[in-house]
Design a protein around this ligand. Structure first.
Ligand code: GTP
Ligand code: MG
Length: 325
């Protein structure tokens, strides 16, 4: 699908297009979700022109159209669940982490976000009767925290295979595709190219059923500092999350993202126990989980604002063998 040029939008000439790009509105999609005030500031156009540009962008952009209920039902029937490795944690989620949904893990450093992500990259590969989906995983690693050695340890810690065969960690590592993202734009591009990778794997033995972005907000947070950049940041993050959501729908995959909590209560971001990213990430995540440390290996997962499950907590442990009860 060829992307539309900004210049094709009503009210946008070459000079305005240039100003928009400079301000970070690099795509029609980004403009479609902008507010008139943002465009006024970015492109030095009047309110009326800004409204016209946004209306044009909404028409042109692929912001998701309507789908009939029966098609949605068909798609929902394919939803699969991936075990976390902990019975209590699974129960909190209604049986495991669901495909076609975004699960956001947020919490302070060492709360276990990356550990859970590693475990899911393994568990997705398990057969259905063991809580997996016979699938492969994609990891967009923004903090360079992916460790193949840790995967090997966790594979050794899996319950015995149904056929009694010894497991080879190398077999699991083959089905985990990892890319490091060097900045937020690179991260967005990687999510787009993940689509191609998944397309190629579609009819293979292990189709992609999981995409992890660890951390989804760190680059955005580091690059967009200061009050004036907030709208721009939210907009890019919003586009990125929608790309990921589409990935999940098209591939029947789980989207697992991690997020930090704010560490400086004195900044304008506010509450230190609130996740970074504000309301954009809040409304997009289907399941938000707040992880926190407890005694020793114990961790507590709290389900926050789930649309169809009661809020609650579960205790799990991060052991040498991986995530357990
Ligand atoms: P940030 O990315 O820094 O925000 O933290 P995070 O939430 O991703 O933390 P992470 O998942 O990396 O958790 C790190 C914690 O997991 C460590 O403090 C350990 O308690 C635990 N952990 C990591 N590796 C091992 C291991 O091999 N054995 C055991 N028992 N625990 C481990
Ligand atoms: Mg981490």
């Amino acid at each position: 699908m060829p992307t539309k040029l900004l210049e094709d939008l009503p009210g946008v000439g070459p000079a305005t297009a240039e100003k928009l790009r400079e301000a970070g509105f690099s795509s029609v999609e980004a403009i479609a979700v902008a507010s008139p005030g943002e465009l006024v500031a970015a492109a030095e156009v009047g309110e009326a022109t800004a409204a016209k540009i946004i209306a044009g962008a909404r028409e042109a952009a692929d912001v998701g159209g309507f789908e009939t209920g029966d098609r949605i039902l068909e798609r929902r029937k394919l939803v699969g669940k991936i075990t976390t490795g902990s019975k209590g944690f699974n129960e909190l989620l209604g049986g495991g982490m669901e495909t076609q949904s975004i699960v956001e893990l947020y919490g302070e450093f060492g709360s276990g976000k990356t550990q859970v992500a590693h475990q899911l990259a393994i568990n997705v590969q398990l057969p259905k009767e063991m809580g997996g989906l016979n699938g492969s995983a994609i990891i967009i690693d923004t903090e360079n925290t992916f460790r193949p050695e840790r995967i090997a340890q966790m594979v050794k810690g899996l319950p015995p295979a149904p056929d009694g065969q010894e497991r080879d960690p190398a077999d699991f590592l083959k089905n985990i595709n990892v890319a490091r993202a060097f900045n937020s734009n690179h991260q967005i591009l990687l999510a787009e190219s993940a689509m191609d990778l998944a397309e190629k794997a579609k009819d293979s033995e292990y189709p992609v059923r999981l995409i992890i972005v660890d951390s989804v907000t760190a680059h955005f947070r580091a690059e967009y500092v200061g009050r004036g950049t907030l709208a721009n940041r939210q907009q890019k993050l919003n586009k990125h999350l929608h790309d990921l959501m589409r990935f999940g729908d098209l591939n029947n995959a789980l989207i697992l993202v991690t997020n930090q909590v704010m560490s400086k209560p004195d900044t304008f971001f506010g509450d230190p126990t609130k996740p970074v990213g504000g309301h954009v990430l809040g409304h997009t995540s289907t399941f938000r989980l707040y992880l926190r440390k407890s005694k020793g290996e114990k961790r507590i997962a709290k389900l926050v604002d789930s649309p169809n499950l009661p809020d609650g907590e579960a205790v799990f442990t991060v052991t040498m063998e991986g995530i357990k009860d």
